[in-house]
Design a binder for this molecule. Structure first.
Ligand code: NDP
Length: 386
């Protein structure tokens, strides 16, 4: 029998919800490109309910316990002697979400001799030391596509929010004010701007598709070029590298995984090549940008705005400079954890667990590391330290 250790974010401060803003979720039966949604043999939750917090348990408890497995759920993950650290010692499986990552460092992996499977209930497995997972023959899997559209919607929202100066204008209303000049002195139309994405994978391409109707000029860079039909359909300009693309852009959105090639990419030097007054949106991973370089660029006015939902570490400390830097539109890490996304990644987590417990193959598109090397989607999108 297996021990499954699940690290989830805390319940709402007022307690686990008993009612919701809407009844149910729209029916979506496939992702763009045709990949099917998760296909577990069953689920024990109601789509549209809060599943990603501790009491939601990703809807896994009755499924696992009915088969005799042990499920431990905790939000306590970072302090010395955390429940996560204690329970990890004999865990077979660790599940966590990028929003509240259980950092599976090499040191932690060394103290988890039974660990065989790390599941990311979401997308982005950089909170797992992939080199250590490879060395210790731990399978790493994530629920590919489960929240790609959720993030793309968040990116579109953040681009418009920054360019149109939405959040400060909303603050003026909340404070009882009506000073239109204060609102519009930093407000522009997106129409006609040059918008570029670093990476045009599932999220990056979905962002491009969502922005196309705004009559902007669209740019992208990626390690693999998109099919010519898509480039023509969206009138895309391809650039060989991020460095080649960003000087042309008024808005840059980052949609690449965090791995050795992308860590620290947006440093002082790269930001200096961006147009004065450009906007940078990073919903991918915080460490793709140099924390202090972003602050400096906002304070000097070189960047007109920065927005995203990814921080390091997570949760971000109260004194993290991105909370107080000028002209930002940061949220906590929420873009991929809408109630809509939760239903998909809870089902996907169950599908991965069912496969692993049954000894049947995990879908290739969910695999990041397997059999001691990068595998599946991980082999396509990630790199490891050589
Ligand atoms: P995909 O795997 O579909 O796309 C990633 C793309 O990044 C691929 O096209 C890949 O290129 C490209 N890429 C990798 N390295 C580079 C590089 N050095 N330069 C340019 N492009 C590069 O992933 P998703 O679109 O689904 O997700 C992207 C990332 O977004 C995730 O890894 C995760 O970090 C983040 N994310 C954030 C969420 C949130 O809640 N904020 C939720 C979900 C994801 P190729 O494959 O062509 O080699």
């Amino acid at each position: 029998m297996a021990k499954i250790l699940c690290v989830l974010y805390d319940d709402p401060v007022d307690g686990y919800p008993t009612t919701y803003a809407r009844d149910g979720l729209p029916n979506i039966d496939h992702y763009p490109g045709g990949q099917t949604l998760p296909t577990p043999k069953g689920t024990d939750f109601t789509p549209g309910q809060l599943l990603g917090s501790v009491s939601g348990e990703l809807g896994l408890r009755s499924f696992l316990e009915s088969q005799g497995h042990t499920l431990v759920v905790t939000s306590d993950k970072d302090r010395d002697g955390s429940v996560f650290d204690q329970e990890l010692a004999d865990a077979d499986v660790v599940i966590s979400q990028p929003f509240w990552p259980a950092y599976l460092t090499a040191e932690r992996i060394a103290k988890a001799p039974n660990l065989k499977l790390a599941i990311t209930a979401g997308i982005g497995s950089d909170h797992v030391d992939l080199d250590a997972a490879i060395a210790n023959n731990i399978t790493v899997a994530e629920v590919t596509y489960c929240n790609s559209i959720s993030v793309a919607e968040h990116v579109a929202m953040m681009i418009l929010s920054l360019v149109r100066n939405y959040l400060p204008s909303n603050q003026i209303v909340l404070k009882g004010g009506w000073n239109i000049a204060d609102c519009v002195a930093r407000s522009y139309d997106l129409e006609g701007m040059h918008v570029g994405t670093v990476a045009a994978g599932r999220i990056g391409l979905a962002v491009l598709r969502r922005l196309h109707p705004f009559d902007v000029h669209l740019h992208y860079t990626d390690r693999h070029r998109l099919p010519r039909e898509i480039e023509e359909e969206l009138n895309l300009t391809f650039h060989e590298s991020t460095a080649a693309m960003v000087p042309h852009c008024d808005v840059v959105t980052v949609n690449a995984p965090l791995h050795p090639e992308t860590e620290g990419m947006f440093n002082d030097d790269l930001i200096a090549t961006m147009k004065r007054g450009a906007y940078l949106i990073n919903t991918a991973r915080a460490k793709i940008a140099d924390r202090d370089a972003v602050v400096r660029a906002l304070e000097s006015g070189h960047l007109a705005g920065y927005a995203g939902d990814v921080w390091f570490p997570q949760p971000a400390p109260a004194d993290h400079p991105w909370r107080t830097m000028p002209h930002h539109g940061m949220t906590p890490h929420i873009s991929g954890s809408s109630l809509s996304a939760q239903a998909r990644y809870a089902a996907g987590t169950r599908e991965i667990l069912e496969s692993w417990l049954d000894g049947t193959p995990i879908r290739d598109e969910y695999l990041i590391v397997d059999g001691g090397h990068l595998a599946g989607v991980g082999a396509h999108s990630y790199s490891v330290n050589k």
